[in-house]
Every structure is written in C-alpha cells, then in structure tokens.
Design a protein around this ligand. Structure first.
Ligand SMILES: [Zn+2]
Ligand SMILES: [Zn+2]
Length: 477
C-alpha cells in the first residue's frame, strides 16, 4: 500500500486520507507476542519467557523477552504460561471432504445440495477449521481445478478466512485412480506423453504442485517430473506399494506421500528405505488416518459428536456427516484395518529409525479424520512411535516448509520469516497433545484467533476470548 501511495499526487493523497489514516500507509502495524516459551521450529531447546515482534506480515525479532525491545505502539498479546510455535503446515489435506464416511454418497450429496455453491461452502469450512487448529498453511492434494484455485486466491486476497493454500487440483492417474472420482479427484492418462501434457496444462492453469497417483509407470512419473520441474513446481506422489515407491523415487518425484501409510502395505525392504534415506528424499507417512483413527474412535466414539464440528458444519452438513458415520466400523474405507493394525507401528518406525527426511501430513478430511484435529493426531502418532517432540514439531513446521519449497518464507520463528505463529496451552515438548489446545493463531501478521481487543494492551487480553474465525486485533485483510 505504501508503495502505491508514494507515487500519487498530494491532492489525491489528501483525498485518500479521508478514508484511510496516513499512519496506516506509513508505519507497518506492529504486534508483539510476549511471555511464553518459544519453540522456533529448529531442533534446539526452547527459549523461555520469550518475545516475538512482528511488523506488517514479517517477524522482525524473536528471543528472550528481556532482549526484545517492544515498541510502545505495538499491540501486545500476553502469551505467558503458554507456548509459542510456528504456524503448523499440513502437507496433505483435502478441503472438499469433511470427515464424511463415504465418497460414494458425499459427492452426490454435494451435487444434490447446491453443487458448486455447496462445494465452496465445504471448502470454506475446511479452510477455517484448519486455521483455527493452528494450521496456517495447507497443501491440498486433490480437488476440482477451478474451485480450488479460486478458494486459494480468495483466501490470499483476504476475501475468505482460512489456512493459506497451495494446491494441486486434480491428481494424475491411470485407471480408476483412487476413490474420489466423479469429477472430484483425478485426471486419467494412458501414456507418458499424455501425463506430460496434463502436467503442463495444470501448471499453466496455475497449480502450485502436481500430485501423481499410485499405479503410474516409471516413464509416467518421469514425464510428470520433467514437465513439472520445467515450470519449477514440485511433484508429490501418492504411493503405497513397494514398486510404486521405487518408481516414484527413481523418477525424481520430490516428496513421497503415504509410503505404506501405517500398515496399508507391509514394511518396506531395507534396501528401499536405505535408498530413500541416501537420496534425502522426503517422506510424509500420513500415518494416523486409518489404523490409528479407527482405534481412537473405537476407544472414544464421542469424538464424532465434538460440539466444535456441529458449530463448524452447520445443521445440514453436520446431519449428513453424522448419518454417514452411524456404523463407521462397517465403512469400506476401513475394510483393511485389521491388517493395517498389524503393520502400523513398523510402518512408521521404519522411517523414524532410519533417519529419513520426514515431513508431516494427514490426508485430512478423509473419513473421521477431521481438519480440526488431523495434524495433532498425526504428530502424536509420530511421537508415540519414537520421534522426539522437538523433531515432530520441526517436521510439521520447518521441514514441511522446506519440502514444499517455501523454506525461506515459512516454517520457523526467526527474523525475516512470514509471521505465522500459534500459541498453545501447555508444554507440547512434555505432552504433545498440547497442540490440540490452540488459543492464538497469527497468519501473515494478522491475528485470527485469540489476541487482545482492538488497540488494547496485554492487560485486556483474555485467552481464547476472541475465537471467531474472522475477528482479529488487526482486522481482516
Ligand atoms: Zn493421496
Ligand atoms: Zn489424499
């Protein structure tokens, strides 16, 4: 805004002052989060009684509160007694689904209840759920092209409130290509040439990355990677079987997603794991969404009626989702769960123990895997399987930012980075489920959850009092 202002006449400037105070154009707004423990996103000990200073949308200082000078005009959020972390990054989300039990009935239900308008509403709900759960950035890996591009752009222009999006649009596959069909999931190809053409088309249309499904040939993966890298965008593979993982690895796919997914395939051969580790190729296991979610729901089916879901969905969608989960243990999605339970622990440990580069993603939105909690559940599984809490948080923030190609802007709390910061109640390094208690969310320098009333100092701050999706100490953008 200030750059534009500089170029206009004094008269026009004077006129504009009527509607916009000069101060807004001159000085970037300053926000300070003060008092809590700071987990930076690096694998180092936390900083206690810390402060983070934000100017505009950037972090300008972070460290012990005694060493960070807070300007008098800064809006202060008191974070004492709690923990500050980088905004979480979800590397595998699906905004077009909300945890409904069956794609076969969910997509026809959307079509019968408003079509595109309902699809937009669903994506808006997902985007808000993610943001309120502290997920400031989400990689969407499978949605109709134009609707998801427009959702991404509306959020980035500030016309809708939600997680920052990077999107693939439809995935590229051979044959059925997974369950989300009927115009909602994939593009079918039958030759490598076609795979390259479709990749090219998606890149030109403006996607941020490509999703290559399982079941493609080595040459298909190579063609997709070649076409995508020409456009400087990355390829994420959706792979389970050892042969698919091997093909994707050899073809140069940038991130291997699912990779056995906690039991859908037996543990991989030692050779394959060694090759993945030696190549430094990142993996995102999406562990929790089947085998763990199933058990967690068996233990506590009440989670399906979380009042936050009712509030987020509205009565019509809530009723439809509830109806689909009535006999959730009979759902087709969970038909292989008995076998998955057998392998689930080894499936995750094989990567943790090998020293593979691990990001964090969840397949959020899939059956019973609600956007509001998918990521902390995934992180918890990794910690339960032996990953340190510090490494797991780094995986979900700094490492995720790197593997999606945004390592310079996102993923850690340090000067120069975009101000994506969350505050959780409790010490996540002691009990990782503290990540389920997100009380403050700052995205791009704007407070979306928690924070003080407009213009007030820290004394007026009541934790969790300003929990609306769009309200914020610094207004909407
Ligand atoms: Zn997938
Ligand atoms: Zn997926």
């Amino acid at each position: 805004m200030s750059l534009i202002r500089r170029g206009i006449t004094v008269a026009a400037m004077a006129a504009s002052l009527v509607s916009a105070p000069a101060a807004r154009a001159q000085t970037p707004k300053r926000l300070a989060l003060v008092g809590g423990m700071l987990v930076t996103g690096y694998e180092v000990p936390p900083i206690h009684r810390a402060a983070v200073l934000v100017e505009g949308n950037k972090i300008v200082a972070a460290g012990p509160a005694a060493e960070v000078k807070i300007p008098a005009d800064a809006i202060v959020v008191d974070t004492s007694g709690r923990a500050m972390l980088p905004g979480l990054i979800e590397t595998h989300g699906h905004l077009i689904v909300l945890g409904h039990g069956s794609y076969d009935t969910w997509f026809p239900w959307i079509k019968a209840h408003g079509g595109d308008a309902m699809l937009t509403r669903v994506m808006e709900i997902s985007a808000k759920q993610l943001l309120m759960a502290g997920v400031t950035t989400t990689i969407d890996l499978g949605a109709p092209l134009q609707p998801i591009l427009s959702m991404r752009d509306r959020i980035s222009r500030g016309e809708a409130s939600g997680t920052r999006l990077f999107v693939s649009g439809p995935w590229i596959s051979r044959g059925a290509g997974g369950a989300m069909q009927d115009g909602f999931g994939g593009i079918n190809i039958s030759t490598p040439e076609e795979a390259a053409q479709q990749t090219e088309k998606l890149a030109v249309a403006g996607v941020d990355h490509i999703k290559a499904h399982a079941g493609l040939t080595l040459d298909d993966y190579k063609a997709i990677v070649g076409a995508a890298h020409k456009h400087r965008i990355r390829v994420f593979a959706h792979v389970y079987a050892e042969r698919d993982v091997r093909n994707a690895l050899e073809a140069g796919v940038d991130v291997l997603q699912h990779v056995g997914s906690a039991g859908t395939a037996p543990p991989y051969s030692k050779d394959l794991i060694t090759e993945i580790v030696n190549a430094g190729r990142p993996v995102v296991v999406t562990a929790a969404h089947r085998a763990w979610i199933y058990q967690d729901t068996a233990d506590f089916p009440e989670r399906l009626q979380d009042p936050d879901l009712r509030k987020a969905f509205g009565p019509d969608i809530y009723a439809e989702v509830q109806d689909s989960l009535k006999n959730w243990w009979t759902l087709g999605y969970f038909q292989r769960t008995d076998r998955e339970m057998l392998y689930r622990e080894r499936g995750v440990k094989q990567f943790i123990e090998s020293g593979a580069v691990m990001g964090m993603g969840t397949d959020s939105g899939t059956p019973m895997n609600f956007h509001s909690e998918a990521l902390w559940r995934e992180i918890k599984v990794h910690v339960d399987m032996g990953m340190t809490a510090t490494r797991a948080i780094a995986a979900a923030t700094r490492v995720n930012a790197q593997i999606i190609g945004k390592g310079r802007e996102l993923g850690s709390i340090e000067p120069g980075k975009i101000a994506d910061i969350i505050v959780v109640n409790g010490n996540p390094l002691f009990d990782i489920t503290a990540l389920s208690h997100v009380e403050v969310v700052v995205k791009d320098g704007v407070v979306y959850k928690g924070g003080p009333a407009t213009g007030s100092r820290s004394s007026a701050f009541v934790p969790g009092s300003a929990g609306s999706a769009t309200g914020g100490a610094r207004g909407e953008r």
